[in-house]
Design a protein around this ligand. Structure first.
Ligand SMILES: Cc1cc2nc3c(=O)[nH]c(=O)nc-3n(C[C@H](O)[C@H](O)[C@H](O)COP(=O)(O)OP(=O)(O)OC[C@H]3O[C@@H](n4cnc5c(N)ncnc54)[C@H](O)[C@@H]3O)c2cc1C
Ligand code: FES
Length: 297
């Protein structure tokens, strides 16, 4: 393989150097690689398909958590499930990884809906952090009226602090957020069933419901919601969005093989006005409208 090739014009194959690779509690790892082509066009919700080890031909998809077109750095957060990510976790800084990306259609934001509610669960948190950073860097967003909610059953691998930024209507136990988002002026809160201090004890979608319940009809019309996480969390997020009549997009993390549209190994039923169509999560998604995945009964 040469250092760099282009696929489909937008998906790049890069021989990426590992810049940093840190282990965190709960078998979580934060990986930073230098992949300039991927960094240049990655958007929140897109992902990269990574060869974890020379002996494991099947790549593993990871959502892009941050991308810096200037340094060419791309960041990921992952939690070991099986053999592939276990092998990836052993790759040291300085090693090189074959990275295919960015892949997929990311979140679409709407200018006339300046309130954004971002809900991430477990390894669904990374795309929400990317989206929050993208939105915070723009000028179309009233940050104080937006909120990032994150659920995790292991400690989040980032600095956390008592938030000075208001998030109305939330349970009194939800006091802490991520320092990185606090620095961006973006309110955030955490949820977990584990009873961590400053963290709401319950499901992250319950916090979403509490926050949306404080908004007037006009405020809800100016709100859009984004969610990524395990399937039950996505179903709950879609239900909450429907309850409050708020537009919602979901990022699916379906099991994948090729990740470039060739094998149909990732198809899901997508519902629309003209009926149901099978769509490939890798290239038709991974972001879909919530009602297309969970249609009303
Ligand atoms: C678009 C996308 C983005 C993702 N982003 C992240 C991320 O940012 N961080 C992260 O940690 N993970 C992410 N994932 C999930 C991750 O790619 C899988 O969990 C991965 O297969 C784990 O690899 P492994 O080698 O650890 O386990 P594997 O050996 O691949 O998996 C162990 C078993 O789990 C099952 N399995 C694995 N993944 C899935 C799945 N997604 N759905 C259903 N069953 C599954 C398989 O049946 C497999 O036998 C993402 C997945 C997708 C599709
Ligand atoms: S994983 Fe092959 S088509 Fe999506």
């Amino acid at each position: 393989m040469t250092g760099q090739q282009t696929h489909r014009g937008t998906i790049h194959l890069e021989d990426a150097e590992i810049i940093a690779h840190t282990a965190h509690p709960g078998e979580q790892f934060v990986l930073t690689v230098r992949a300039p082509e991927c960094a240049r066009t990655a958007t929140a919700g897109s992902f990269a398909h990574i060869r974890c080890d020379a002996d494991i031909p099947m790549r593993r998809p990871l959502s892009i958590m941050a991308a810096d077109p200037v340094s060419g750095h791309v960041e990921f957060l992952y939690k070991i499930v099986g053999r592939g990510l276990q092998a990836l976790s052993r790759q040291p800084a300085g090693a090189r990884l074959s990275i295919l990306g960015p892949i997929g259609n990311g979140f679409q934001t709407t200018a006339d809906k300046p309130r954004k509610l971002m809900v991430g669960g477990g390894v669904g948190v990374p795309p929400m952090l990317f989206l929050a950073a993208q939105l915070a860097a723009g000028d179309a967003l009233d940050k104080q009226d937006s909120l990032v909610l994150m659920g995790s059953e292991v400690p989040v691998p980032f600095p956390v602090q008592a938030s000075a930024l208001a998030a109305n209507g939330l349970d009194a136990g939800a006091t802490h957020g991520l320092s990185e988002l606090e620095d961006l002026g973006m309110p955030s809160r955490l949820a977990s069933l584990q009873g961590y201090p400053g963290v709401y004890k319950g499901y992250v979608t319950e916090l979403a419901r509490q926050w949306l319940a404080t908004l007037s009809t006009a405020q809800r019309a100016a709100t859009e919601m984004f969610a990524c996480g395990p399937e039950p969390m996505l179903a709950a997020a879609a239900q909450v969005a429907r309850e409050f009549n708020v537009d919602c997009q979901l990022c699916l993390e379906e099991f994948m093989a090729c990740a470039v549209g060739g094998c149909a190994g990732c198809t899901v039923p997508v519902y629309g006005p003209e009926g149901t169509a099978m769509k490939r999560v890798c290239v038709d998604g991974p972001v879909f409208a919530a009602e297309a995945i969970y249609p009303p009964d």
